[in-house]
Design a protein around this ligand. Structure first.
Ligand code: 5GP
Length: 193
């Protein structure tokens, strides 16, 4: 998606530990015009699928999933990262290992909000090692729902996640795939000037 790639080049900064900071439009301030285009593009890529629900994880997936859902006309459910008294006791759980924080945590969704046989589209901001999407997939599997695919805004193609998930036959649609980002120079996998 050229508009997104241009925005990454213009506003993204590369941080230590192979982290791309996109706070200007995706992770802190939100560029709603851009997110609408992201939502439309996900709809175009999954147009043939009968999606009944969008699943993401709090916090940064929520805005993207909510805007995308307007083009699918389905509800969004976001997995919660913190245990809370407000969350129903009956939950589906997934495990996520965070390489940046070097720890494992659980994500949870109330059993009320994913029904057996539903067609689920996962949406997330980044795909790096694939742990977040695998954790969300665990929830979909536990609910006996169908995982239709995953829409990712930015995939870091030099990390293993994309390879692992595609080998697992998950339909991963990434709107920008970064091949390298050494010395602050971001190169996309299929970038044409
Ligand atoms: P994974 O589970 O695929 O290793 O990482 C995905 C999650 O980690 C995303 O949901 C995102 O929140 C975070 N993440 C991974 N890499 C980056 C990055 O380079 N920049 C930002 N902003 N978040 C990242």
């Amino acid at each position: 998606m050229e508009l997104l790639k241009r925005k990454i080049i213009e506003k993204g900064t590369v941080k230590e530990g192979n982290i791309l900071k996109v706070d200007n439009f995706l992770n802190h301030q939100l560029d709603i015009d851009l997110l609408n285009e992201v939502g439309k593009e996900f709809k175009r890529r999954f147009a043939e699928e009968n999606i009944t629900k969008i699943l993401t994880a709090e916090v940064s997936g929520i805005a993207i999933a909510a805007i995308t859902a307007q083009y699918f006309h389905v509800p969004v459910v976001f997995a919660k990262k913190t245990e809370s008294k407000n969350l129903d006791e009956e939950t589906f759980e997934g495990n996520v290992y965070s390489y940046t924080k070097e720890k494992q945590y659980k994500i949870r969704v109330s059993k009320k909000y994913i029904a057996k046989g539903e067609n689920i589209l996962i949406i997330d901001d980044f795909l790096a090692n694939g742990q977040a999407i695998l954790g969300l997939k665990e929830i979909v599997d536990a609910a006996e729902a169908n995982l239709v695919g995953a829409g990712v805004v930015i995939e870091k193609g030099f990390q293993e996640g994309g390879k692992i998930l595609r080998a697992d036959h998950i339909n991963i649609q990434s709107l920008a795939i970064i091949e390298t980002m050494e010395d602050n120079k971001i190169v996309f996998r299929d970038y044409r000037d």
